[in-house]
Design a protein around this ligand. Structure first.
Ligand code: UD1
Ligand code: MG
Length: 456
């Protein structure tokens, strides 16, 4: 990670809270590891923090701590993890990262790992609040239904007087619709003192992070509100909210793809991933699913009902309908993958065609080769995988089985229905099937005999 000092010139630490039990997900998997647009919610938050130029990240783990910590390390190798043994509240959770906070950063930013759609710009906006001299900057939004959220009570100066949790709020306070999103930036120099001063005398007996607002004001610090859209700060507590987060993420990704020059004929039926790369003048027909790790070159067409994952599609290539590209599928320019074809860990050369009903795995197919209908690369013996190498301008006849490891030379022909177990030389013809024989008049004689039998 690189520190971006362009915006504020200040060093920041992000503390990401991920220790909650997530019981409402009703899952064996820790909540923050559930995925949105192809990566975990925790990874989304780590990426936003990184993109906002925050150099240091601390993830507070509790429930499912090994798995959560492993995901944090995988996505953000520099991130440190801290364990909160008992979930005593959000301020208590932040203090689990006390050792990191004590290192002395200019900005302390607190984020929730179950709030995955926060943008880097919003993280930066919170930091700018501090750069303007505030002790605490709170991210807030106008809630359509504020029930359950902490209400942001504003002072005449526009700052925040307090944040009142639903269970502690008076009737009048509950009518406030400005809600706490959960993200907060605290002046690093004052953060530990503010957090340590938080008590648990409230309806839930928890140490509320939100109490730092009142404490900062009492100590004479200014407090600020930064506004966000409700969609951006959606918190995921159950699978209905997870689906809503997915929907919002997909809408963003489709919009980015279309503004980048791709035609999505029915965008609401196309599912993309956080890292999908789509070039210009790409057409994606209805009902296409694109998993993580996919790039699609300019002018390519993805026909309906195709499923792509970990694949790269060259310029002008055509995929589907009903094609499956699995990890390691690399298609050169103008390659053509047709209906009911599966490609895995295979390089398909420029202009090569695999048009119908094939499985090509652990293979190389040279430029302009033609792989007939129903051709299968037999790549697995139950223990190990083997490669099939096909040269350029080769022609593999329909319904052939290529038993790997095997090599088909450039320009060679393989007769239809062959089972190829030995290498085929360049420009040769190989036929590996029973020779056709013919018995003249056999059928009429057979019919005569059988119909006599039936009468008798
Ligand atoms: C919190 C805010 C509330 C805000 C809402 C936004 C407080 C006191 N309240 O309430 O003002 O409107 O979020 O969604 O901060 N966590 C821990 N350890 C704990 C407790 C929580 O790591 O001991 C983590 C959870 O995993 C979660 C986050 O902190 O990621 C928020 O906790 P949660 O219990 O969901 O807080 P809310 O009651 O939703
Ligand atoms: Mg919550």
């Amino acid at each position: 990670m690189t520190e971006d000092k362009r915006s504020t010139g200040r060093r920041a630490l992000a503390v990401i809270l991920a220790a909650g039990e997530g019981t409402r997900m009703k899952s064996r998997r820790p909540k923050v590891l559930h995925e949105v647009a192809g990566r975990s919610m925790l990874a989304h938050v780590l990426a936003a923090v990184e993109a906002a130029g925050v150099a240091a990240a601390a993830v507070v783990v509790g429930g499912g701590r090994e798995d959560v910590a492993a995901e944090a390390r995988r996505r953000s190798p520099g991130a440190r993890t801290f364990v909160q043994e008992r979930q005593l509240g959000t301020a208590h959770a932040v203090l689990a990262a006390r050792d990191a906070i004590a290192e002395g950063y200019d900005d302390l930013i607190v984020l929730f790992a179950d709030t995955p759609l926060v943008s880097p710009a919003t993280v930066a906006a919170l930091r700018e609040g501090l750069a303007g001299g505030a002790g605490v900057a709170v991210l807030a939004f106008e809630a359509e239904n504020p029930f359950g959220y902490g209400r942001v009570l504003r002072g005449a100066d526009g700052g925040v007087l307090a944040i009142r949790e639903e269970k502690d709020a008076s009737e009048a306070e509950r009518r406030v619709t400005l809600c706490n999103a959960g993200l907060m930036a605290i002046d690093g120099a004052r953060a530990l003192a503010l957090l340590e001063g938080v008590g648990s005398a409230n309806a839930q007996g928890e140490f509320y992070l939100t109490d730092v607002v009142e404490r900062a004001r009492a100590a004479g610090s200014a407090t600020r509100v930064v506004l966000a859209e409700e969609e951006e700060v959606l918190g995921v507590n159950d699978r209905v909210q997870l689906a809503r987060a997915e929907q919002i993420a997909q809408q963003r990704l489709r919009r980015t793809a279309m503004l980048g020059g791709a035609t999505l004929i029915a965008p609401e039926t196309v599912f993309l991933s956080f890292d999908t790369e789509i070039g210009r003048d790409v057409t994606v027909e209805p009902h296409v699913v694109i998993g993580p790790g996919v790039s699609i070159g300019d002018d390519a067409t993805i026909h309906s009902f195709s499923h792509l994952e970990g694949a790269s599609v060259g310029v002008g290539a055509q995929i589907g309908p009903y094609a499956r590209l699995r990890p390691g599928a690399r298609l050169a320019a103008a390659a053509k993958i047709g209906n009911f074809v599966e490609i895995k860990a295979a390089d398909i050369g420029e202009g090569a065609k695999v048009n119908h009903l094939s499985y090509v795995g652990d293979a190389t197919v040279g430029a302009h080769s033609n792989i007939g209908a129903g051709v299968i690369t037999c790549n697995y013996d139950g223990f190990f995988k083997y490669r099939t190498v096909i040269g350029e301008r080769a022609f593999v006849g329909s319904n052939s089985a290529l038993v790997a490891p095997v090599e088909i030379g450039s320009g060679a022909y393989v007769g239809s229905g062959s089972v190829i177990t030995r290498d085929v030389a360049a420009d040769a013809l190989a036929v590996g099937r029973a020779r056709q024989m013919e018995k003249g008049g056999w059928a009429s004689a057979f019919r005569a005999v059988q119909s006599e039998k039936k009468k008798g």
